[in-house]
Design a protein around this ligand. Structure first.
Ligand SMILES: CSC[C@H]1O[C@@H](n2cnc3c(O)ncnc32)[C@H](O)[C@@H]1O
Ligand SMILES: [Zn+2]
Length: 440
């Protein structure tokens, strides 16, 4: 017997092509998708424990937010309108030194996950410190996640001795207990300018031995690139290539200041790129050469970055920004069409994380990570092209139901897994402590 049958939906599979099944049906058993089809007129639908008439709503794969810093929701709106260097060195790192604890990371992560799942994100890929202290909170909310333990050559929360940073990351992975296979660890070396060559190679070696994803911020600002050219005579991406840390299990976050040679390196090594357009705009980092990466065959995912540089975790805003930013930058409205951008937020995101055998499209054999959007609303009426609405008109508040691994975690816009009011109370109480010590 099927667990769930959804029918009469506009099903956007985001499979090989951008396929749409108007009045389509989707069947779920044991948490997996077993069939996606267009029932013939008068066809008798299979029995299921739960049958949902989508009533013409859009049904699509859950969104993949490929770059977050979950605990940073507690710093939302604390340090706006600054360039990256000042934002990080003068505001964010001191706030992290003062306020990041095992308890606060769990609180911030839970808040971020709640925001994301209510907005249709079913998978995220994170990088922060003390990740083992918030894996349980992520699991409680019910989403799928890869949590990269941060590695940096400075004292960091939970790792006061930087000489032990990679050792500590290995220990975090060794004692990993998220309580669910949906939440897995990774290694996140912060950036080439905060990790020595030895740290980067040791971090990548640990990730390889443990079979994990290796993540890094790179080439985020013009200053980073210019400093690197001055100090090393090569770009940050060429430098990482020289260290041998680029391959198909490496996620390059931002990769904004990349020339044609850098794009060719990324394509040759198979490293993946996470594009964070809103964070790059807000911190005035620059515009990543995403059309060039795509033309070179690089897998490009989309991410929001953390809440202190965005300042929300909406992949709808991120899709809209990604589509428009490159059009104005290139002076060409045909670049980054809507279907391409939906792909980046779903199947390409899954591919970047090495999860495309499991998620990213509504394909029989994959896990049932999906969302249902409420389309009977003025701003989504009429509906000609689903991709257009998903990128240029839909927003997080349109997400009605969310399923992860066959389990509903949001129904009728209500989060089923945790007490949201209690969570927001706890976050507000925490913020009162921050407000007295942080500059505004
Ligand atoms: C190990 S990653 C966590 C570390 O990264 C900081 N961070 C957040 N966003 C950015 C960014 O866009 N560039 C560089 N560093 C960033 C965060 O505050 C943590 O300290
Ligand atoms: Zn980041």
């Amino acid at each position: 017997m099927l667990e769930t049958l959804i029918h009469n939906g506009v099903i956007v599979t985001v499979d090989d092509a951008f396929s749409v099944l108007p009045r389509g049906a989707l069947a779920i058993r044991d948490g997996g998708i077993v069939n996606v089809w267009m029932p013939a007129a008068g066809e008798t639908l299979p029995q299921a424990r739960e049958t949902i008439d989508a009533g013409g709503a859009l049904v699509m794969p859950g969104l993949v937010n490929a770059h977050t810093h979950l605990p940073m929701s507690l710093f939302r709106g604390m340090a706006d309108d600054l360039a990256l260097h000042q934002w990080l060195q003068e505001r964010i790192l001191p706030a992290e030194q003062a306020h990041i604890t095992p308890k606060s990371v769990a609180l911030g992560a839970e808040l971020s996950c709640a925001e994301m799942v209510l907005g249709g994100v079913t998978t995220c890929c994170d990088g922060y410190f003390l990740v083992d202290h918030f894996a349980g909170a992520v699991a409680r909310v019910g989403m799928r996640a890869i949590l990269g333990q941060g590695v940096i050559d400075f004292p960091a929360p939970g790792v006061p001795d930087p000489t032990l940073n990679v050792t500590a990351a290995r220990e975090v992975v060794g004692r990993w207990q998220s309580g669910t296979p949906l939440v897995q660890p990774a290694i996140f070396c912060h950036a080439p300018y905060t990790c020595s060559a030895a740290t980067l190679q040791a971090g990548k070696a640990a990730a390889d031995e443990l079979g994990l994803l290796f993540q890094i911020h790179v080439a985020e600002t013009r200053q980073e690139r210019e400093d690197w050219m001055g100090r090393h005579g090569q770009s940050p991406i060429a430098y990482l290539d020289g260290l041998g840390v680029l391959d198909g299990r490496t996620l390059l976050v931002h990769a904004v200041w990349a020339d044609a040679a850098d794009v060719a390196i990324v394509a040759r090594t198979g490293a993946r790129v996470v594009h964070c357009p809103q964070s790059n705009m807000k911190l005035a980092g620059g515009v990543a050469p995403v059309p060039d990466y795509l033309a070179a065959g690089v897998t490009v995912a989309l991410g929001t970055d953390g809440c202190a540089s965005n300042n929300d975790l909406s992949m709808w805003g991120e899709m809209d920004s990604a589509a428009k930013l490159h059009k104005v930058h290139r002076g060409d409205p045909t670049v980054m069409d809507a279907a391409t951008v939906v792909g980046m937020a779903t199947v390409q995101g899954a591919r970047a994380l090495g999860l495309d055998h499991l998620i990213g499209s509504l394909t029989p054999g994959k896990r049932a990570d999906l969302i249902v959007l409420k389309t009977a609303q003025p701003h989504l009426t009429p509906l000609y092209h689903p991709a257009s609405h998903l990128v240029y008109a839909a927003r997080a508040a349109d997400v009605n139901h969310v399923m992860v691994d066959g389990r509903w975690i949001v129904r009728d816009q209500r989060l089923l897994t945790i007490d949201l009011d209690d969570l927001m109370d706890r976050a507000n109480r925490f913020a009162r402590k921050i407000a007295v010590s942080a500059p505004t």
